[in-house]
Design a binder for this molecule. Sequence first.
Ligand SMILES: Nc1ncnc2c1ncn2[C@@H]1O[C@H](COP(=O)(O)OP(=O)(O)OP(=O)(O)O)[C@@H](O)[C@H]1O
Ligand SMILES: [Zn+2]
Length: 665
Amino acid sequence: MIIVRVALDLPLHRCFDYLAPAATAADVGRRVRVPFGRRSTIGVIVELPAASEFPPEQLKPVEAILPEPVLPADWFRLCEFCAAYYQAPLGEVMLSTLPAGLKRLDPPQARPPKPAKAPPPPSPAPALTAEQAAALAAVRAAGPGFHPFLLFGVTGSGKTEVYLRLIADALEKGGQALVLVPEINLTPQLEARVAARFPGAGLVSLHSELTEAARLRNWQAAHSGRARIVLGTRLAVFAPLSELALIIVDEEHDPSFKQQDGMRYSARDVAVFRARDGKVPIVLGSATPSLESWANATAPEMRGRYALLTLKERAVEQARLPAVQRIDLRKEKAEEGLSGILLEAIEKRLARGEQSLVFLNRRGYAPVLACTACGWISACRRCAANLVLHLKDRRLRCHHCGYETRIPKACPTCGNQDIHPFGRGTQRLEEFLVERFPDARILRADRDAAKSRKQWEALVEKIHAGEADILVGTQMLAKGHDFPKLTLVGVVGADAALFAADCRAPERLFAQLMQVAGRAGRAELPGEVLIQTQYPDHPLYAAVVNHDYPAFAATQLAERKVAGFPPYGFQAMLRAEAPQMADAIAFLASARAWPGAEAHPAVTLYDPVPMRLAKLANLERGQLLAESPSRPALQAFLGEWRQAVETIKAPSRLRWHLEVDPLEF
Ligand SMILES: Nc1ncnc2c1ncn2[C@@H]1O[C@H](COP(=O)(O)OP(=O)(O)OP(=O)(O)O)[C@@H](O)[C@H]1O
Ligand SMILES: [Zn+2]
């Protein structure tokens, strides 16, 4: 009697046994079609157990074992690691990392790969700067095997060139390279650069904007080894690569590496596990590393877990880091939020035919509409948040749940016609700049102006072609772009993040400011950055002015050490949402009262509290933090706790999840 154990895409922490008379050990890693309830579904064979806990007559036979593809052993280990570490069901992990085309009962006919054309000649590589050469030499000297590196390089220092050389090494040895980027929408330039340098390497990308067919094709190219380089967003960390020889994580600090639903994993952390498991080098690159990675590379108590590689200078010979200045808004008069100094600086760029960027990380026209008579404000009725005014399409829109409605002509509560937008977003800045500089070509670059990757590429193309004089943009424009004519960056409205409740807000603000500042003066023309603020003496701004990430990181890490926060402590968050907050909190309180917790003295459970965004899409949300100075202690606790939480009786509309290493509080 041959039994196969099958992982299914279900929120259950168990696998399912089926009869498969013809199965052999070679079928482990094959997909299988099995009956489940009244339907059929696709699963993955994880083992051939000697016996089942159920009597054979209760087991159903499999419907079919699907011959291709066979999922490799290292992919199994990766999924098993994630299931254990993130407390996620193995079947859900496995199936969620596969392209949709492999989970269908009626699989799409995969087109055979196009015959490879003779590749064009590779684009030439520049001679390395001394710093780049030293970084490369350090990675080479470490040799094969698991070696984690943190490549700390200021903006424009040529980190990408270092990646390209390392990829060349990996390909030469017959290996495959995996390159992870936070948001592929923002990085068509990187894709083009890698493809141009390695025209024969069958580069494929993996990200969520691909069509189902393209994603399947690219996945198969990675699996079969036709693709020697895979470039992708977080989900690409699960690509099956049997000859993996190198992993690169660009902008490793970026919060987009964190998956925010389903299995909540950090692709950067999973990549480090994968590199260790596969015994290959991994390079994490950033101008503003995450504090976790920075500590791993520099803190004495971490004993140099990561080797630090530093690029302090910009790679282009004449390019210097931009001069950063603070504009004291307490002293300077501002017009529509823009100080005279900034407006003059823009005027100068216009006269010289250079580009300016005004950075405001808030899209829409204004964050709220309010009535001056009765105090009504445009609140979302489904969320604990305000509706943002979008004048362009005359809508009020919730940026959290997507609810939208038209703009009322008068106050809905008191009928007063005098309702006003408060605060400002990118649309309002754009409107003012159009009025102020009627002859300038002004371009807004945010998620409303470019909804798809295609639109975004067109917009970036326009900026490159010099078809814009003044850009108004959010952080979408701050990352990874190289605009040679851009010489001025004005930062507006950044102060709000200085005092945000989230302990990671300063880190994010610092990274954003360094990144957006890094857009200026990347070529021969010198760059200037003007930060408007009410708090010019704030140490965060001082660190930005001095381009001093290490100083900033030192103060942040000192604070974290005192607070026992990551990387000096480890956390998990239990969250519950329900129509009534009382239900969510009561559920969390029962979880907190679990008597088994006493056996885990190294773990602290805090009181359940409402989340910062306490209501989202009509659900009230609460959370409960678990914390420990020891990662293994927390892991041991979580395994037992999760099982206990699963037995708590909860109202039917309550949903909960556990997030390990949460980024948001
Ligand atoms: N060795 C080199 N010689 C000349 N130019 C170089 C060299 N290395 C990189 N460059 C150029 O320097 C510019 C910045 O390089 P790159 O984009 O690799 O920097 P980066 O560190 O990845 O920047 P960012 O973090 O801001 O995205 C690019 O225009 C690139 O072509
Ligand atoms: Zn809403």
